[in-house]
Design a protein around this ligand. Sequence first.
Ligand code: UT7
Length: 323
Amino acid sequence: MTYSRIVGTGRHLPERIMTNADLEKIVETSDEWIRTRTGVERRHVAGEDDTTSDLCVAAAKKAMAAAQVSVEDIDLIVIGTTTPDLIFPNIATLVQEKMGIHGCPAFSIEAACTGFIYALTTADKFITTGTSKCALVIGAEVITKLVDWSDRTTCVLFGDGAGAVILQPAEEQGIISCHLGADGQYRDLLYYPVGAGSQLEKAGIVEEAKILMKGNEVFKVAVKTLGGVATEALEANGISKDELDWLIPHQANLRIIQATAKRLGMPLEKVILTVQDHGNTSAASVPMALDVGVRDGRIKRGQLLLLEAFGGGFTWGAVLLRY
Ligand code: UT7
């Protein structure tokens, strides 16, 4: 049996850091509120000229160096993002062009914060069916560009960044199983009302360009759904919670992560946490957390990892893999 296996990881964060103290100067908030309600202490914010594709390229180069592959080896690019540079050409082709890669399929997937999990799942199918031999998979966002900096209920949450992995075929176990889900009935709990859709003018919301979120309600569904999809991934493979070495969750809120870990009976020592340093970077959060764990030596070859995410739509997903 052929598996797809992660052979290299990389991340890139914009230079500018905004601390909670910086936010105290902009909106009526406090470091104490942000820390205790979200776990966020600082976040990286893209500069005016930084594009999502720039962040992607920087992260991709690091992942390719770690995997010891060159641009000639890449035969698939899949990017999960909600903040592409343009509506079209799709961002994966922009990254392809910036990196000097030619000819291979390149496309993006929009599943909000679950974008990377959807992208990884898709690339896994390309590899395991023999269609691709070396996939570049990225989760990236400049989500702060969608933020209303006068809305304290959302602007304290988000940050920008990109995380990338290289996937290749392997005979030994890599990705074991992928579990995706979505339910559009929750569309109004978390969304950004401006896009290319013709419904916007009709609805009279063209000017309302900011992230709209019913945080409390999102929180409750997130905890329940993340616990559910994690259990689904373990049960599908007859693996018990104790066998997991690392949980690598979407980093939306420390309290959501704690609740999910508790449901799984996992101590926080077995969870890779970046929310304090990155904030919620949407589709970038899981691959960046993976890279943090790999590069600081906590995640080791052969260990069992559960990646999971939840986002607007709602969308959700989990990937169980042996690193
Ligand atoms: O990534 C995709 C998925 N997204 C998520 O998973 C986010 C899920 N939701 C959350 O993480 C949390 O709901 C939030 C962090 C967004 C909010 O935390 P909360 O504990 O649910 O707070 P809340 O919305 O119930 O607000 C509590 C109070 C309110 O004041 P009152 O009405 O009790 O007087 C808010 O106005 O906190 C107030 N508040 C703030 N105060 C200081 C809201 N934002 C702030 C702020 N600083 N930044």
